[in-house]
Write a protein that binds this ligand. Structure first.
Ligand code: BES
Ligand code: ZN
Length: 964
């Protein structure tokens, strides 16, 4: 889902040098989901063979008339259990197609008399029985209604069975179907993944059901609240292994239709939702360990396991599971935990219950070849998916409109799980960068939307897919963290545990969680919150955006206001709370923590915030709250001088927040741009990663806007001045780059130092990097470059080299034995400044034999990030819009990033016109899930033009002043 820029921290670290320096930021108006991590794209919505709701040009709205016109299932039937047998063929048939066959019997209860059976099915070919798609039987003595007719609906993805008489309320029936489907390479439903081993092509049959693709594997009531028990049987080649959610019950050699096969049956699952099912047939091997009652296995290609790339995942899984068992006070609900790395996978990972699927980059780790960033990625993704085993899988939200709670929750507690497994990393602080700051930038747009949606607003597959966005993930994580902070973690965990135990194997709505947290609050003497949990949280979940809190330290007045990045933008969406919030404010005075204060009105006076002399106030310590803070100018001045005299008095995340708030406030015209720039002057003494990273992201926005203008030289000179001490610091610390620092985040900042320094031309940097790459080219089997530095080195060497450097990278990419190494090279190849190489690379992105489908959109984005590649990518995408849209655009959210990625530099009137023309020219094709991104790109370009007009001269002057 894959995340905004779905870059892994490393990928990002690598790509950008070129564009020079800094990190991608994302004032990206893209609401596209995703954490800065692996290029995980996520998922399509539509898939209907015939009519596609996303691609159709706008027509008059369709009014549903009959039950099968609605996207939601009627409430009259409820599944109890399924017996499903699937037989994927890993060799093509005589037409060259890969297929699967299967049969399924679903036992369901009738709750209301009806003569219609409506069940999801999509892209399946049914065997007919006397002209009917299904056979119906009764589990009682009574006669069963005869079938009158049956048909498939393409738009709503149903199999509909019309009966001659009614099913009776209270009775149970069984519906049997036999069908065939294509095992396509489309990364959804039951699909195939391919890889080479010793020159031989191997096929894996695997699945991705979330959110609406289980219906492509077998007919099912494909809604999360339709929980049932699944009895799965898989037929497969005797030399392959079959996996599913349950434990293997038996696996017997047999002959089916004259073919010798293995028939593997699995123990019945727990009561669960269809979107969490998984079926995999492969010749993968596994390693395993166990706790007292859970057997843990890691599966991957044989060579990956032989090369011990699964060991790290196996090692961290146990502590992470143990952490959650304690945190949730609830045992792991199953008896086994399988996790598998797949060569082709659209998202980053998927929490199928008991059989979690991953991209290879998100599960495999090689101590010799992988970077620290790769390792952290593995830890956090595992922690995220395993968090879902309880929150999401054991207790499931009733409908997709509440997705933010599921994904936001996992995105918050993944930090807790990962911290337990790797306590020395200090990883909990990182949520500020990858969730809080990231989504503060997005949620500040007039076109944002509330976390919570009404059930009726989310019905069709494309609407469901759109829920997997940055607001759900990152804002969800941020507000849950705020909640846990003001309730205190033990109270939060107690409420959670009571919620999980109450609703195990059932479905909930978000208010159920608030109720249980409220009970925990009520049972905690001394814990004082000024309103109920739900009253407080409604402000954060039912209205979009967040407040900027202004503290006037002269008067002690504290006010709040809806924060908008562009003060001239118009908020079209009314709020029942008038855009006011109940705001928990942790704060300090002169470095001393004060008692938490609640701002409950638009404005209030808190006299202890009145200070004088050298005293300063800092609000939102630890960035516990989801809001920005502004001060009177005097207090700003005192905070700046504190930074400049002794910045250590403030925590790393507060240093980062001062910078990030200041840049946003300036963009919103609440403070001067020069005041924001002044928060970066102390950086020449800053050595910590998080503040540097925040500053670089903000300065990177300047880079993107100015890297084609005369301001760029001065900006580079400033960056050079600021980065030099950091570069020297790490050069000394690492004995001239021969080692890496011990601290986890120091390792990231070492990479920043090298990357920026080379980007701005610090003496010696490029030569160093070129020589390392040359050594590797001379001895391709012995890459001596430290894994942490590879992304930066590859990118720079390719940027400053020519076709030889590029072609070498391409060869290494094709033969890489580790996915994250391939991924680094893929991103580095986008760094070349040679137009024909970039154009050739663009062509490769749409050729699945060269670039896997899962990686094509992110590769185009990497190219667009390069200042030379941007116009080429823009032309490329415009010229092939309908093809790209057809092949890659059906509801996938990585697709949203394509538009925001290409347009992020747009800041001229001419570019705005081009963008508008692109929209006009392609109305007949459509933009699918990128529709909103296109609108936002237009909105953002308009705002950029204005910002440049108003700020360019001042910014230019400031950089010159600082560097002469
Ligand atoms: N449930 C999602 C995977 C998913 C996303 C499926 C979108 C279908 C559509 C999974 O739990 C997830 O969030 N995966 C993330 C990784 C995670 C560490 C944030 C992903 O795929 O990027
Ligand atoms: Zn998730």
């Amino acid at each position: 889902m894959g995340k905004v820029y779905h870059f892994s921290k490393n990928a990002v670290l690598g790509t950008l040098v070129l564009a020079v320096t800094a990190l991608a930021t994302i004032i990206a108006l893209s609401v596209a989901y995703h954490k800065e991590r692996a290029n995980n794209q996520s998922k399509p919505g539509n898939g209907a063979s015939g009519t596609s709701s996303t691609s159709a040009p706008p027509t008059t709205p369709f009014t549903p008339k009959v039950p099968w016109d609605y996207y939601r299932l009627p409430k009259g039937l409820k599944p109890e259990s399924y017996n499903v047998t699937l037989w994927p063929r890993l060799k093509p048939n005589s037409d060259g197609l890969y297929i699967f066959t299967g049969n399924s019997t679903v036992v369901f209860r009738c709750l209301k008399d009806t003569d219609l059976i409506i069940i999801h099915a999509n892209k399946l070919n049914f065997t007919t029985f006397e002209g009917m798609h299904a056979k119906l039987s009764s589990l009682h003595e009574e006669a069963v209604p005869a079938l009158q007719k049956s048909w498939l609906t393409a738009r709503t993805e149903y199999l509909v069975v019309q009966l001659q008489s009614k099913l009776k309320a209270g009775a149970m029936y069984a519906l049997h179907t036999e069908f065939m489907g294509e095992l396509a390479d489309d990364l959804e439903g039951f699909y195939r993944s391919e890889y080479l081993e010793n020159g031989l092509k191997k096929i894996v049959a695997t699945s991705q059901m979330q959110p609406t693709y289980a219906r492509q594997a077998f007919p099912c009531f494909d809604e999360p609240a339709m929980k049932a028990i699944f009895n799965i049987t898989i037929i497969h080649d005797p030399d392959t292994v079959a996996l599913s959610n349950g434990k293997e019950k038996n696996s017997l050699l047999s002959v089916v239709s004259g073919v010798p096969v293995k028939v593997t049956t699995f123990e019945p699952t727990e009561k669960m939702s269809t979107y969490l099912l998984a079926f995999i047939v492969s010749d993968f091997i596994s390693i395993e360990s166990s706790t007292s009652n859970i057997s843990i296995r890691i599966w991957a290609r044989r060579t990956a396991i032989d090369n011990r790339q699964g060991d790290y995942a196996l090692n961290v899984t146990k502590p992470i599971l143990q952490f959650y068992e304690k945190y949730y006070s609830s045992n792991y609900p199953l008896s086994k935990s399988d996790q598998i790395a797949l060569p082709d996978f659209n998202a980053g990972a998927m929490e199928n219950w008991g059989l979690v699927t991953y991209r290879e980059t998100a599960l495999l780790y090689d101590p010799m070849l992988s970077s620290t960033g790769n390792k952290e990625r593995v830890t956090t993704v595992i922690a995220h998916e395993l968090a879902h085993m309880w929150f999401g899988n054991l207790v499931t939200l009733h409908w997709w409109n509440d997705l933010w709670l599921n994904e936001g929750f996992a995105s918050y507690v993944e930090y807790l799980g990962a911290d337990y497994a790797e306590p020395t990393w200090n990883i909990k602080d990182d949520i500020i960068l990858y969730d809080v700051q990231k989504v503060l930038a997005i949620d500040a747009l007039a076109s944002s939307h509330p976390l919570s949606r009404k059930e009726e607003e989310v019905s069709k597959p494309a609407e469901i897919s759109e829920m997997f966005n940055s607001i759900s993930y990152n804002k969800g994580a941020a507000v849950l963290r705020m909640l846990s902070e003001f309730l205190t973690e033990p109270v939060f965990a107690r409420g959670l545990s009571s919620y999980l135990n109450t609703f195990a194997f059932k479905n909930t709505v978000y208010t159920d969680l608030w109720d249980h947290l409220q009970q925990a609050v009520d049972n905690t003497p001394g814990l004082d919150i000024p309103r109920s949990v739900s009253e407080i949280m409604n402000r954060w979940t039912l209205q979009m955006g967040f407040p900027v809190v202004t503290v006037d330290t002269q008067t002690g007045t504290v006010t709040q206001k809806h924060f908008l990045l562009d003060p001239d933008s118009v908020v079209g969406r009314p709020s029942q709370f008038n855009y006011t919030w109940f705001i928990p404010i942790k704060w300090m005075k002169n470095g001393v923590d004060q008692q938490q204060y609640w701002l409950l009105d638009k404005t209030d006076t808190h006299s202890s915030m009145r200070v004088s002399g050298e005293e300063w106030v800092l609000a939102n310590t630890n960035v516990s709250g989801f809001f920005r803070v502004n001060y009177d100018l005097d207090n700003w001045g005192r905070l700046l001088s504190q930074l400049n005299t002794n910045h250590q008095v403030l925590s790393v995340i507060n240093r980062a927040q001062i910078i990030d708030d200041a840049f946003s406030l300036a963009r919103a015209k609440l403070i001067n741009t020069t005041l924001a720039l002044r928060t970066t002057t102390y950086l020449s003494r800053e050595r910590d990663y998080i503040p540097w990273e925040s500053a670089l992201r903000n300065l990177d926005n300047y880079v993107l806007i100015f890297d084609r203008t005369e301001v760029y030289g001065a900006l580079q000179a400033y960056l050079k001045k600021q980065i030099k001490p950091l570069f020297e610091h790490f050069r000394t610390l690492t004995a001239n780059w021969t080692r890496v620092p011990a601290g986890h985040s120091d390792q990231y900042n070492q990479i920043n130092a090298l990357r920026i320094a080379c980007g701005v031309g610090v003496e010696g940097c490029r030569e160093l990097i070129k020589s390392w790459y040359r050594q590797w080219m001379e001895n391709p089997d012995h890459n001596q470059i430290h894994p942490n530095l590879k992304s930066t080195v590859y990118c720079n060497a390719i940027a400053f080299g020519g076709v030889e450097e590029w072609d070498f990278a391409w060869r290494m990419f094709q033969t890489a034995s580790l996915a994250s190494e391939a991924s680094r090279l893929r991103s580095a190849m986008a760094c070349t400044k040679t137009p024909w190489l970039l154009n050739r690379y663009l062509e490769y992105t749409l050729d699945p034999t060269k670039i896997r489908k899962q990686d094509s959109i992110s590769t185009i984005q990497y190219i667009a990030r390069n200042v030379v590649g941007m116009p080429l990518a823009w032309n490329f995408v415009r010229a092939r819009w309908s093809y790209i849209f057809e092949q890659y655009g059906q509801g996938s959210f990585s697709f949203t990033n394509l538009i925001s990625g290409i347009t992020m530099r747009f800041s001229t009137e001419f570019e705005l016109q081009e963008l508008k023309r692109f929209k006009e020219d392609n109305l007949h094709v459509g933009f699918g899930s990128a529709t909103l991104a296109l609108e936002q790109a237009i909105e953002k370009t308009t705002a950029n033009i204005k910002w440049v007009n108003e700020n360019k001269a001042e910014v230019f002057k400031w950089f010159i002043k600082e560097t002469t």
